[in-house]
Design a protein. Structure first.
Length: 89
């Protein structure tokens, strides 16, 4: 069960209100996938409102590129996922 089910709709609304901001790494990965023939939609939005970095909706296959901006540094400890990344996982 989702631990924040009582505010799930508010969380999803806040999540969906932000426009995707593809990184250079994400563009590079997409270009490499195109070169090897993996045709995909870039920044595909699911019916639920989630944005997937690269997706083939017809095969239900997606790739998420989580570079350094998806993580928080914590006093020299192992980086942890930021809230937006954790929400998507």
């Amino acid at each position: 069960k989702f631990p924040l089910a009582h505010v799930q709709s508010e969380l999803l609304t806040a999540f969906k209100s932000q426009e995707p901001a593809p990184s250079q790494l994400q563009h590079s990965v997409a270009a490499a996938l195109n070169r090897i023939g993996w045709n995909h939609s870039f920044e595909y939005e699911t019916p639920e409102g989630f944005s997937l970095d690269m997706a083939q909706p017809e095969t239900k296959c997606a790739i998420e590129v989580d570079g350094p901006s998806h993580y928080l540094k914590c006093n020299g400890r192992r980086p942890t996922e930021n809230g937006r990344t954790k929400f998507k996982s």
